[in-house]
Write a protein that binds this ligand. Structure first.
Ligand code: F6R
Length: 614
């Protein structure tokens, strides 16, 4: 949560920072702020709300300067208002900083500083850190870099910070622990800093991803110096960005979410490109090769994730167990880590995360690692924290996902899990050659089938119109369609604010059925397969209570078609691959309903894309 952008160099800092903050707004949009250093003057502007508010506010202000720091906030300590907005400054205004993360021991540091006479203006943990750096700098006479390092040695918690000081105008200091930070290296000692690479890519492709406990001084005359928090200097490892600028633009779509839904034929293909060949009958996942024997011999594999990624894990559980006959447990990362879980070196823990930065998933993974487990990752963001701490893993290659509600990342995660399950099944001999080859061909055909569903967009929009005023909704599915029901409900509630629940279809009669009346839309996955008849019975139960029934069915279905109020047909496929198709109509339905309700689809209230707080 929270996005950071900073610049130091020869260009004007303001436009670079504001544009960068807009790219990072998915990380939080409670307030935005900027501080610019110009000829010994420090100008700070902060506004509640989005970056656009900050832009309006600064229209007639002095925004010049070649050094600056900016922030877009997702509130943790203190309500979203102008005062709590970042950047925060020391009492005399000399030092200013932006921060993403949480300083857990801020209260004790605050009390210590208050006892020295400092008076705080905001409720934030960040201001405390700023005062602490100032206090150390003035009392010991050290430079900004050293003062920051000494301050951070006292801090418990997570941070990515950028610090700037009036007295040392040629430098900014950056540091990270558990919250991401990237430094872009420009042509002549100009540096771009951001929470991810999207604000940087149009200026430079040379980047350094800061590791935990690293601190860097970026000096526009002397260049970059990188240190460990305990003082050792080290060589920065410069990487080449692969990100394309077009991938982070809307490219004519009204919303990022719509663009990302429509990108799925391509993103799924990118995900399996070079990893499967149906004609020759092979699947290859280079990333996990060294661990394949351990995986097939594992007593169990634990998948840890949050939100949508957790739903992908549930689909993975069905795939691994059914195809590869490997016992899988799927855990919420936030629960797993606080439960003193029984894990050891025989276990394999797979973290699934779009951003690769989710604090709970990262911490759960670290816990598993500390107990000796092999840790693997399925991440979308290349170079993210999770991808860097895992022993091995597979990227999803879905491309940047900017809409806060996850869409193409989910189908890419499910695709990787399908490839993994098939790979392990083949290796273990739990799948027949015929079934294996059929599934490979079916998987190769998925992008084109997803396109066929996307082509029904206008019809799906008409269905959305009928249910846009609902206050509640139920989503039902069986087997691997149950996680699809959970995901459908999550999509609806997070972007349209309609209360929705996902249930295993058969569980409905154990409670939720009491909710059904003529006002209640019930979305059901009733595709052909072994549980079709059972789902039809559940559908009858809904109709008997006059619920409104919207069913996702296989092309050519007649039975459900004759009962349901609305049906959306999806192409036939292997039952294991149904989640990849059945999820698409639900994404479109949620999108259209949210747009019709005038909700902010790409930036739903209270949410942020990258949840780097616990
Ligand atoms: C929902 C959504 C969230 C994320 C969750 C985990 O649309 O996007 O539920 O799935 O916050 O995020 P990652 O996958 O980045 O770990």
């Amino acid at each position: 949560m929270c996005g950071i952008v900073a610049y130091i160099g020869k260009k004007e800092a303001y436009p670079i920072i504001v544009k960068g903050l807009k790219r990072l707004e998915y990380r939080g949009y409670d307030s935005a702020g900027i501080a610019l250093l110009n000829n010994g003057e420090l100008n700070t502007y902060k506004k509640q709300g989005k970056v656009a508010n900050l832009e309006d506010f600064t229209k007639d202000k002095d925004c010049s300067g070649h050094v600056g720091i900016g922030h877009t906030r997702w509130a943790t300590h203190g309500p979203p208002n102008d005062v709590n907005a970042h950047p925060h400054a020391s009492e005399n205004g000399n030092i200013t900083l932006v921060h993403n993360g949480i300083i857990e021991n801020y209260n004790s540091i605050r009390q210590q500083l208050e006892s020295k006479g400092y008076v705080f203006k905001s409720d934030t943990d960040t201001e405390v850190l700023c005062y602490l750096i100032y206090d150390i700098k003035t009392n010991t006479g050290v430079k900004l870099g050293k003062a920051t390092r000494l301050a951070l040695q006292q801090v418990v918690g997570a941070y990515a910070i950028v610090v700037m000081c009036k007295d040392e105008p040629n430098k900014i200091v950056v540091a990270r622990k558990s919250s991401p930070l990237v430094v872009g290296i420009g042509k002549e000692n100009d540096f771009y800093v951001a929470s991810d690479a999207t604000p940087i890519v149009e200026y430079t492709k040379q980047v350094v991803y800061l590791n935990d406990d690293e601190i860097a001084v970026l000096n526009k005359e002397k260049g970059m110096k990188l240190f460990n928090i305990d003082e050792d200097q080290k060589e920065p490892y410069i990487e080449e960005l692969e990100l394309r600028l077009e991938a982070i633009e809307k490219e004519g779509y009204e919303h990022f979410m719509l663009k990302e839904i429509h990108e799925q034929p391509r993103s799924i293909k990118d995900c399996f490109r070079g990893r499967l060949n149906a004609e020759k009958g092979w699947v290859s996942l280079g990333g996990i090769k060294d661990y394949e024997q351990k995986m097939i011999k594992a007593n169990r594999i634990i998948m840890i994730a949050c939100g949508t990624s957790w739903h992908a894990g549930l689909v993975g559980e069905y795939l691994f167990e059914d195809l590869a006959r490997i016992n899988v447990e799927v855990e919420y990362a936030s629960e797993f880590r606080y439960r003193n879980p029984i894990i050891n070196e025989n276990d394999i823990v797979i973290a699934i995360s779009q951003s690769g930065e989710t604090a709970d998933t990262l911490a759960a993974l670290e816990l598993a690692k500390s107990k000796g487990a092999t840790i693997l990752g399925i991440c979308n963001v290349v170079g993210s924290s999770i991808s860097r701490i895992t022993d091995a893993g597979s990227y999803t290659h879905a491309g940047p996902e900017i809409g806060v509600a996850s869409t193409k990342a989910f189908t890419a995660q499910v695709t990787v899990l399908t490839l993994m399950a098939l790979y392990l099944a083949k290796l273990k001999g739990t799948i027949s050659e015929t079934k294996f080859r059929t599934m490979l061909s079916e998987l190769e055909a998925i992008p084109q089938k997803v396109q066929q569903i996307l082509d029904k967009n206008e019809g799906i929009k008409l269905i959305a119109k009928q249910y846009k005023n609902a206050s509640n909704a139920l989503y039902l599915g069986r087997g691997s369609s149950f996680p699809v029901a959970l995901e459908g409900a999550l999509k609806l509630k997070e972007i349209s604010y309609i209360h929705a629940e996902g249930y295993p279809a058969a569980e409905m009669k154990h409670g939720p059925i009491a909710l059904i009346d003529e006002e209640m839309p019930v979305f059901v996955i009733a595709t052909s397969g072994p549980s079709y008849e059972k789902v039809v019975s559940n559908i009858q139960e809904v109709k008997a209570r006059k619920g409104k029934l919207i069913a996702v069915v296989t092309e050519g279905d007649e039975q459900v078609h004759s009962i349901a109020d609305n049906t959306i047909e999806i192409p036939d496929t292997d039952e294991h691959l149904v989640p990849l198709l059945a999820t698409i109509p639900f994404q479109l339905l949620s999108y259209h309903i949210a747009v019709m309700r005038n909700c902010n689809v790409d930036q739903p209230r209270n949410l942020a894309k990258s949840v780097t707080v616990e």
